[in-house]
Design a protein around this ligand. Structure first.
Ligand SMILES: Cc1ncc(COP(=O)(O)O)c(C=O)c1O
Ligand SMILES: C[C@@H](O)[C@H](N)C(=O)O
Length: 358
């Protein structure tokens, strides 16, 4: 009988707080297709202001936020987007930019720190003289923090350099900012400065900020006007969405300040896991709330045995391969949960070592 649950699969698993539920229950709402839901408008305006952009648009998911952003920037047939080969847009969004938007992806290798070498980005930009046979590059996409490399942060200097490169070639820059607040807190750089070079940003409120639903895309007024129309085309026009925006507004106001704590807990957990004989963690690479770790070859324990033991004790982690796992911290994981998780991992390995010695 599991008496305690520690859900470390993702920062998308958080449950609405009482304050969010109360805000939802009393939210002022209206039809956001026929006009403007007042609570949605308030949230969109606030996020745009915080991000230093002219306007914002609420969307039901980060996937839709990225899709709309890419499709607005690449609105001409034959467009191509340069993006990371290990980016969320390229791996986890069902190829939507191509299957729905007809946009051609031009992947560039992601480095271990989430960046793409700037000279490789420039080399991937199509030469206009080859337009008879080449797609036309119109957009560069970055991801900050970068999820698949372990929540690594792209510096403001790097982002500005990519922005300069985009401008030099007449391209737009989009940032998948699903965890931009995590990067901002970890770097000590205000979000508006971190995304200053970007023409658009997709900001998830449903990740580390803990909102039950939603993202906001931000950009120029012209960009958001086109994005709003495309959201409707994709079936994302929502009616009285103020009640979910009310929860997101609470998340924005209450949880940014908790991200540093998530990062500290991630570091403690990473250091503890790395002390367990049979696990390997690159602790230095844990900059925010995400930890990737591996079972050391020859450690005589299988991932399946670890998952089984963890699940029997209520600890949930994300499988990432035959011997690789991911843990994501969020504001509903306590310091005690971190210690409990470490004890469960230790027990799993000790149990196996005892089995093997018998
Ligand atoms: C980096 C990144 N971008 C975008 C998304 C997509 O967000 P959603 O799950 O809301 O579609 C995710 C995952 O949730 C993500 O980790
Ligand atoms: C799995 C992925 O799609 C999701 N964005 C997560 O980080 O949990």
């Amino acid at each position: 009988m599991v008496t305690r649950t520690v859900d470390l699969r993702s920062d998308t698993v958080t449950k609405p707080t009482e304050a969010m539920r109360a805000a939802m229950a009393t939210a002022e709402v209206d039809d956001d297709v026929l006009g403007a839901d007042p609570t949605a408008f308030q949230l969109e305006s606030e996020v745009a202001k915080i991000m230093g952009k002219e306007a914002g648009l609420f969307v039901p998911s980060g996937t839709m936020g990225n899709l709309i952003s890419v499709l607005v920037h690449c609105d001409i047939r034959g467009s191509e987007v340069i993006l990371g080969d290990n980016s969320h847009i390229h791996i986890y969004e069902n190829g939507g930019i191509s299957t729905i938007g007809g946009v051609h992806p031009r992947p560039v290798k992601n480095n271990k720190d989430g960046t793409m070498d700037i000279d490789l980005i420039e080399a991937a930009i199509r030469d206009p003289r080859g337009e008879l046979v080449y797609p036309t590059t119109r957009l560069i996409c970055l991801e900050n923090s970068h999820a698949n490399t372990g929540g690594r942060c792209l510096s403001v200097e790097y982002t500005d350099k990519v922005g300069e490169l985009a401008k030099k070639h007449g391209l737009k820059l989009h940032i998948d900012g699903a965890r931009i607040f995590n990067a901002s807190v970890a770097l000590g750089v205000p979000v508006h400065r971190l995304v200053q070079a970007a023409d658009s940003v997709s900001v998830c409120l449903s990740k580390g900020l803990g909102a039950p639903v939603g993202s906001v895309i931000v950009g120029s007024k012209s960009f958001i006007t086109k994005a709003r129309r495309l959201r409707k085309t994709l079936g994302g026009g929502m009616r009285q969405l103020g009640f979910i925006c009310a929860a997101a507004f609470v998340a924005l106001k209450e949880n940014v300040g908790k991200l540093e704590g998530d990062h500290k807990k991630a570091k403690v957990l990473a250091e503890g896991l790395n002390q367990i004989k049979g696990l390997r963690v690159d602790v230095a690479a844990v900059e925010t709330n995400i930890i990737y770790f591996d079972i050391v070859e020859g450690s005589k324990i299988t991932a399946e045995k670890i998952y089984k033991h963890l699940e029997e004790h209520g600890v949930l982690v994300m499988p990432e391969g035959p011997s690789r796992m991911r843990i994501v911290l969020h504001h509903q994981i306590s310091a005690s949960d971190v210690q409990y998780t470490l004890s469960c991992f230790q027990q799993a390995f000790t149990g196996v070592q005892e089995e093997n010695s018998n």
